[in-house]
Design a protein. Structure first.
Lengths: 261, 325, 267
């Protein structure tokens, strides 16, 4: 399947590129460890004063943190660098090069850049999840694992679509990059369960910057506290966003190509 | 008549350590653990002097060491060896009194602030260089006149074309009336008209204020138009230091005769080396001493429609210089 | 001296003009800061509620007041030069600064202050909005407000020198992310940003007295919340002055070493 081969080629080039800069690996390792350390230390301070936060136990919050890092790693390695590169291309006017290639432009734009070392965050997240599950002593039956996997994929699809929509906006608004600041801030709020936030922020985290679907929902699935409505809600949301983002993207490309002709 | 040179350089050298990187996955993995470096001699024991008010052109291919030399003279880089004195100062000490008397302009590098009117950037320089207001105003007026800046002063730099931006950059660099101008590729990327404009401005500026100008360029036209004296640098070494005409003389003992004949197809190789022959216009390379003689023979022996005698393009001369090393 | 005054007024004026053009980005940045404060506020309010209304001497209203003031203090003292310098060195725009007869720090001080001047216009109403939304409890005595003036000024200068020194790491390596991250992690824990220092474990509290971070943020915040006795304020001021001296010295050292290194290697 040619797109898979394309992805493999890009990954290999990305990896080779990164390997040439030996420091990148160590820097990323240090950075990942520091952010994990900081987050865990934060949790430690919080739980020195209470036994539960927003209805979540300490180990459950570690699992949440693990999903947070896992998702960060996936986004940071694959989605974010490509989308940022795309927005930069639009700003510099070098995009036409990509759009004239025969492959589907959305695919090309989405895999144009890989930050291999960000996968360290994924590994880190998985380790945290593993530790938390062991700590809780939860039996992960097939249903659990399946719903976790599904909601994780749905969450990733939603975040990817969100980024695509953001990137499509930069066809019209060159300064769309500034929104990244808000994205980072709202996303980092996802380290804690959505329940503790004021209503309006909860809404923003669900529908504006969908970190609730990316982190809280898969965590709930993992820990067996996911309600059926939310599960199906996440799936519906994922489908709607993937389709919607693609439609918006195609429209944006057509508009852009027409404009610069 | 001042005997003290404005710039004096003796055995000036600069050596860098550069990491060695090979291609391929295996080498890349190896480099994760152990990094190798090698020494690069960018500038090797250069010696020259520049008198006040001279315009000197630095010629050399990319990576020859021109920019490195300029950076050492302006004070950005420490020399690895030798010494250099500019206006009696050691440039790398970057003393305030030294910095007030020099300026460095690098082509395609912006020092002006992008988002505000040019005049505001000028104001910043006025404050930073502590230029007295009336003198500043006078200088701005003079430069505006010389460079035709009138309509540009109120525009933010981002709204200017490349050429307009360069004019303003040059003006901003001269607000404090420096005695020494270091110019690194000042006309790069500009269209021909603008290049000529900048050149004539620099010549005029040098005439009026007696500023010493050190210019690097790989546009021969810059050097031809401005510099009587050239310094040729290649692989960090000084190959030639003298008058441009002497350079041509020494390294290119030929002239080119371009002949247009009535009947195409005649074989002119008996007169000299045939370099080019297109559409009946034949170019002959001939030793300088024989030019008159060959010209005479051509005119009497051939049906000549047109004949010109040309100096070889200076690019060719320079190539000869580099080829010879 | 008039030269320096003229320089500052000119730089300030032109910086304002530049930054005003990026006001959209400024507002967005501020939103990010507000959300950040909100996250901590929400977390600790939840903790307080789970403990029957208060934790370690802080009620929900106290936490609201704490984080609103902390947000303002953070805003008044922050710098971004650790990113700016990395950009300067990478783009080659640092070299021209070396050739101007003015220490580059002056430009940066002017740039920083003019930025805060502008953003204060939006930050103040935002603060009032948050006060309206979160019902904080303020017990600030009037003398504390006056005392806050020198305290905040010292905090600003101290933090400026420390972070400018951090920014100079860019003169040695372009890999500044790691150093920056470690710095911000330390700042988070020891300055009271993450949680009021009274709620941190003992060893953190002891260590924070010896590090500069507490004096940058927690100290002015606690002062303005009326949580400090006058003697404590005087002690704090002394600590600030000492740290200001240390920071200034360190910055000078890092600068001269950094420039020497940069001049040996070039860009």
């Amino acid at each position: 399947m040619s797109y898979l081969r394309l992805l493999w080629i890009f990954l290999r080039i990305g990896v080779m590129n990164e390997l040439a800069y030996r420091a990148n690996f160590w820097v990323q390792l240090l950075q990942s460890l520091v952010s994990m350390g900081v987050a865990l230390a934060g949790l430690a301070v919080i739980f020195s004063h209470t036994e539960e936060l927003g209805g979540w136990q300490p180990a459950e919050l570690v699992a949440l943190l693990g999903v947070f890092f896992l998702m960060s790693g996936l986004i940071g390695a694959l989605v974010q660098p490509s989308m940022q590169r795309f927005m930069e291309d639009v700003r510099q006017g070098t995009l036409d090069f990509t759009l004239t290639k025969p492959e589907d432009s959305q695919v090309l734009v989405s895999i144009s850049e890989v930050r291999v070392w960000k996968f360290l965050d994924v590994v880190q997240g998985a380790a945290l999840i593993g530790w938390a599950l062991a700590e809780i002593g939860l039996q992960t039956g097939f249903m659990h694992a399946a719903s976790f996997a599904i909601t994780l994929v749905a969450g990733a699809a939603i975040v990817y679509s969100f980024w695509l929509v953001l990137a499509t906006f930069s066809f019209w608004f060159i300064k769309a990059e500034n929104i990244l600041v808000i994205f980072q801030a709202v996303y980092s709020a996802g380290k804690y369960p959505v329940a503790i936030y004021p209503r309006w922020l909860k809404m923003a985290m669900t529908f504006l910057v969908p970190v609730a679907f990316a982190v809280t929902v898969p965590s709930e699935a993992l820990l067996g506290r996911l309600s059926t409505e939310v599960f199906w809600g996440a799936l519906v949301m994922a489908v709607v966003m993937v389709v919607g983002a693609r439609v918006f993207w195609l429209w944006g490309v057509r508009h852009y190509s027409g404009a610069s002709a | 008549m001042s005997a003290v040179p404005a710039i004096a350089v003796r055995d000036l050298s600069k050596t860098y350590e550069v990491p060695v990187r090979e291609g391929g996955l295996a080498a890349a993995l190896k480099s994760l653990v152990h990094r190798q470096t090698r020494q690069v001699e960018a500038v090797k024991e250069i010696i020259f002097e520049v008198a006040p008010g001279e315009i000197v052109g630095f010629l050399g291919p990319n990576g020859a060491g021109k920019t490195t030399t300029l950076k050492m003279l302006s004070g950005l880089l420490y020399p690895s060896g030798g010494q250099c004195r500019v206006l009696g100062f050691e440039p790398f000490k970057r003393q305030r009194d030294y910095l007030r008397q020099i300026t460095l302009v690098m082509g395609n590098r912006n020092q002006l602030i992008w988002d505000i009117p040019v005049l505001d950037s000028f104001e910043r320089n006025r404050a930073i260089y502590r230029i007295e207001r009336t003198a500043y105003q006078r200088t701005v007026d003079e430069l505006t006149e010389l460079l035709d800046l009138g309509p540009l002063l109120d525009k933010p730099v981002r709204n200017l074309s490349l050429g307009e931006r360069m004019k303003c950059e040059v003006a901003a660099a001269l607000l404090h009336k420096p005695q020494i101008l270091f110019l690194d590729e000042p006309t790069i990327g500009l269209d021909v008209t603008m290049q000529r404009r900048i050149r004539s401005f620099l010549a005029e500026y040098n005439q009026r204020y007696g500023a010493t100008v050190l210019l690097t360029s790989h546009y021969m036209a810059d050097v031809e138009a401005l510099c009587k004296r050239v310094v040729v640098i290649h692989h960090g070494q000084l190959l030639f230091d003298g008058q441009l005409s002497e350079l041509v003389q020494r390294f290119s003992p030929h002239k080119t005769i371009v002949v247009e004949l009535e009947n195409e197809g005649s074989d002119l190789s008996v007169y000299g080396e045939v370099v080019d022959g297109v559409d009946g216009r034949v170019s002959l390379r001939v030793p300088k001493a024989e030019t008159a003689q060959v010209t005479g023979r051509l005119l009497s022996e051939q049906a000549v429609l047109d004949l010109t005698v040309e100096d070889p393009p200076i690019e060719d001369v320079i190539e000869q210089v580099f080829a010879g090393v | 001296m008039t030269g320096l005054f003229d320089i500052y007024t000119t730089l300030f004026r032109t910086d304002l003009a530049v930054q005003f053009q990026y006001r959209a980005a400024m507002v967005i940045w501020l939103i990010g800061r507000v959300i950040e404060a909100l996250v901590f506020l929400s977390v600790w309010t939840a903790v307080a509620e789970s403990q029957g209304g208060q934790v370690g001497g802080f009620s929900a209203g106290d936490f609201a007041a704490y984080y609103i003031i902390m947000m303002m203090m953070g805003h008044l003292t922050f710098t971004w030069f650790m990113y700016e310098f990395e950009f300067r060195v990478r783009s080659g725009s640092f070299s021209p600064l070396l050739l101007q007869p003015l220490h580059p720090i002056h430009r940066d001080i002017a740039m920083n202050i003019s930025y805060k001047f502008l953003t204060l216009v939006v930050m103040l109403p935002t603060m009032f909005l948050m006060v309206g939304l979160f019902d904080p409890t303020f017990n600030t005595p009037t003398w504390a407000v006056w005392a806050a003036v020198p305290v905040v000024l010292l905090a600003f200068l101290m933090r400026f020198f420390v972070e400018w020194a951090l920014a100079l790491v860019a003169l040695w390596t372009t890999r500044t992310e790691a150093a920056n991250q470690v710095y911000f992690a330390a700042l988070l824990f020891f300055s009271g940003q993450m949680a009021p220092l009274a709620l941190m474990p003992e060893w953190v509290q002891s260590l924070s007295a010896l590090l500069p971070f507490r004096w940058m943020l927690a100290f002015p915040t606690e002062l303005l919340l009326g949580r400090l006795e006058p003697e404590e304020v005087l002690q704090g001021l002394a600590a600030q002055v000492i740290w200001l001296g240390l920071a200034w010295g360190m910055m000078g050292l890092v600068w001269s070493r950094g420039v020497r290194r940069y001049s040996a290697v070039g860009s």
